[in-house]
Structures are given as structure tokens and as C-alpha cells.
Design a protein around this ligand. Structure first.
Ligand code: F3S
Length: 394
């Protein structure tokens, strides 16, 4: 791999222990994947933020980095934390968990990382441009930025993203290269999709079929950004899809090569079958929306549906702090709170310890959440559309 003189000096330890350690990690990664060089990144998103996921070893590693003066070079955001960083007490998060989560956030802050914990950084002030090289971690954010925005990122692990943030570069391989962004399978959609959960079901089904291939979709007549984020998130969860193209909708779809691809058709029965498969529970104790984190449009839709209603059981809407504040100004939070629901910022149903908060069955409209809740949070799942889920909690 070609390194600049400056980069050679980092490897020789001339820029200090932290830089050497982190740059070496990127260098090794680059060698494994035969990268020709390091490329500058425009922004970073770091995963491995929740105390539930990283525990004491992760917390101590981050505190060590922060105490040795590690500072990020580019705009860096965080994935969801394990709790709402402001309202954790009111929402019933355990005290000892909160103490450790706050230590983790403190270490990130010392490194100059924006304390915005979200899997939708592109809705909260970290929006890359078309073809910009970035180093993001969270699988749905990676999928959205690659596919819907046309930025370029591999799916980074927590440490490699942190290293990219502190060194300002990433090895040039994988999805940073145009030749690796070509589709390898065609998905012919032969069913009309209405709800965001329909897109989640489609994504979950396709992810299972294609694993880590790059799908090229035809037959999706229209989809807004919320629906595309639901589609990508589910495909990344049930498979390992980090990039997809949709004819007529995503920016690279016209230019990629799509001749001679193997074709998979998806119709009504596949979508119906996926709903059935993802439903492992009967009646939810709690319904949680916002996987990936809810947009202002999704919160506004929920506020409309909950206005003047009285929920018998809890409803959470997970989102970023920025979107929560915008929703507050619009009066959505008040409407939702009056109905008995909560807007929960900084965290989500999968990375927060909901199983320790007494919940056993969770209702979701997200294919990704339905995929992870049984394993990560010991939950039975009710996977349904927004109308059925809201109706069921009244
Ligand atoms: Fe985001 Fe959590 Fe879903 S990180 S994509 S809300 S599982």
C-alpha cells in the first residue's frame, strides 16, 4: 500500500502512541483487503456506544484513549447509546447502567465526538454528499448513505471507525471503489408496498435470500426516504447488504451494470409469509417505533394517530435528540405524551436493556428490530404496520 511520508512517520511512532496504534489498525486492514492507499474521509459514525454492547472492557478502552489525548480530525457522530441520556430516570433505566453509560459518553466527548447518539446521522446534521468517502459503522446508516445518498463507505467496526475519525483516513477498498458497487442480483418486486413495515418485510426477505450481495430492485414504483431506510435496515440485519440500488429512485441505479443478473421475484405471498415468520408473540407489553431512528415525518404521523387518544400500554418512539427537539417545537411531543406515549432520544429498543425493565413482548413495525429483538433482548415480537400496532395499544 502506498503511504505518504506523513503516514510513514505515524507508523514509526513520531506522532505519538495513540496515533501509531490506531493508524496501524487501519494499515493492517488495508493490507488484508489489498487497499492501494489511504483516502481522506468526510465524516465518521462510530458504533459500539451502548454499555450493554461494550461493557467494562469497551468503556475502559475508550477512557484510556481519551486520557491519552486522542482527538478526532473529522465530524464524528455516535450510534445509539443504551439509554435516553437525559430522561433515563423517568423512563426507568437502571441506575448502575446509567452511571457506566455516562462514563462512556464522557470519554467520547473528550475525544471531540459529537454527543449525538443516532443511527440516522443523515437526519441530524451529518449528511454526506454524493460520492463522498466516509467511514460509518451502523449497518442501516451504512446502507442508507451508500444506497440512497450515494456516499461511499464500508461497514466499519467500532474500533476501525474510531481509528478513521482520529486519523482522518480509511483504507481504499471495498465499497469505496466503483467496480465493487455493481449489483450482483436483480429483485423483481411484484407487489404494491404501502406501509413502512411492508418495506421492512421486503428487506428482511431479500436480505435472507441474497446475504451480502448487492441487489438491484425493479418494480418499486415509489418510496420515500423513511421507506428506503426501513428497506435497507432490514436487509442489513437479515443479510449483510451494505448497498442496494432501486431503479428510478437511488442515485447510482442508472449507471450500474445490470445485464445478465440472476433474478429473484417477490410477490404478495413472500411479504405475507415474512410478516408471519417475524411474528413470534401474541400481544405486546410495549410498542416501540423508530428503528432506524424516527424522522420528523414519522413522529408527525404518530402524533396525528395518537391525538386525543389514551394508550393503555406504553408506546415509545426512538429518535435522535435533534429530531426530538424539532418535534417538541411542533407540539408533537405534547400530543404523544398526553396520549401516554414517550419520545425516547439517544437510544433504541435493541441497544437498551428493555428485558431488564420487565418487557417480554415488543411490538415493532421494523424488520430490523424484529430480527434482533429475540436474540439481543429476549423478546417475543409482534411485527405489524403502524395502524395495527397503535390500535392494539388503545
Ligand atoms: Fe437504529 Fe437500533 Fe434499529 S441502532 S437501526 S434503532 S436496532
Amino acid at each position: 500500500m502506498h503511504l505518504t511520508n506523513e503516514q510513514e512517520k505515524i507508523l514509526d511512532g513520531e506522532k505519538g502512541e495513540v496515533m501509531e496504534r490506531l493508524f496501524r489498525l487501519l494499515f493492517r486492514l488495508g493490507e488484508i483487503y489489498r487497499a492501494d492507499s489511504m483516502i481522506p474521509v468526510g465524516s465518521v459514525q462510530v458504533a459500539g456506544v451502548s454499555y450493554k454492547s461494550i461493557g467494562n472492557p469497551g468503556m475502559e478502552f475508550l477512557e484510556d484513549m481519551a486520557s491519552k489525548g486522542a482527538i478526532v480530525k473529522v465530524l464524528t457522530y455516535l450510534n445509539p447509546a443504551g439509554m435516553d441520556l437525559e430522561n433515563w430516570k423517568k423512563l426507568g433505566f437502571p441506575e448502575d447502567f446509567a452511571k457506566n453509560q455516562l462514563r462512556i459518553m464522557d470519554a467520547f466527548k473528550k475525544m471531540g465526538i459529537v454527543i449525538t447518539s443516532t443511527c440516522t446521522p443523515y437526519l441530524a446534521g451529518n449528511l454526506p454528499r454524493f460520492r463522498e468517502h466516509i467511514a460509518w459503522s451502523e449497518s442501516s446508516a451504512v446502507s442508507f448513505s451508500n444506497s440512497v445518498i450515494g456516499a461511499r463507505t464500508n461497514r466499519e467496526g467500532g474500533p476501525s471507525a474510531l481509528a478513521a475519525a482520529i486519523c482522518g483516513v480509511t483504507p481504499n477498498y471495498g465499497l469505496h471503489l466503483w467496480e465493487n458497487r455493481q449489483p450482483s442480483v436483480k429483485i423483481k418486486v411484484e407487489v404494491d408496498l404501502k406501509y413502512n413495515s411492508d418495506f421492512g418485510a421486503l428487506g428482511w426477505y431479500v436480505g435472507k435470500q441474497v446475504k451480502n450481495k448487492i441487489p438491484y430492485f425493479t418494480g418499486i414504483k415509489d418510496a420515500n426516504t423513511d421507506q428506503l431506510k426501513a428497506l435497507g435496515a432490514a436487509m442489513a440485519a437479515s443479510g449483510a447488504v451494505a448497498l442496494y440500488h432501486v431503479k428510478g429512485l437511488t442515485p447510482e441505479a442508472d449507471n450500474v451494470k445490470k445485464e445478465g443478473l440472476e433474478t429473484i421475484s417477490v410477490g404478495k405471498s413472500e411479504i405475507k409469509g415474512t410478516y408471519a415468520k417475524l411474528n413470534t408473540g401474541n400481544t405486546p407489553d410495549i410498542v416501540i417505533f423508530g428503528c432506524p431512528h424516527a424522522s420528523l415525518r414519522e413522529i408527525s404521523t404518530l402524533a396525528d394517530k395518537l391525538e386525543g387518544k389514551h394508550l393503555k400500554k406504553p408506546v415509545w418512539i426512538c429518535t435522535s435528540r435533534m429530531i426530538k427537539e424539532a418535534a417538541e417545537r411542533m407540539g408533537y411531543n405534547e400530543i404523544i405524551a398526553k396520549a401516554g406515549g414517550s419520545i425516547v432520544a439517544d437510544t433504541c429498543m435493541v441497544v437498551s436493556p428493555i428485558e431488564k425493565m420487565g418487557y417480554k413482548t415488543t411490538g415493532v413495525n421494523s424488520g430490523k428490530a424484529a430480527n434482533y429483538l429475540p436474540g439481543f433482548c429476549k423478546q417475543e415480537v409482534c411485527f405489524a404496520n403502524i395502524d395495527d400496532l397503535v390500535e392494539g395499544q388503545l
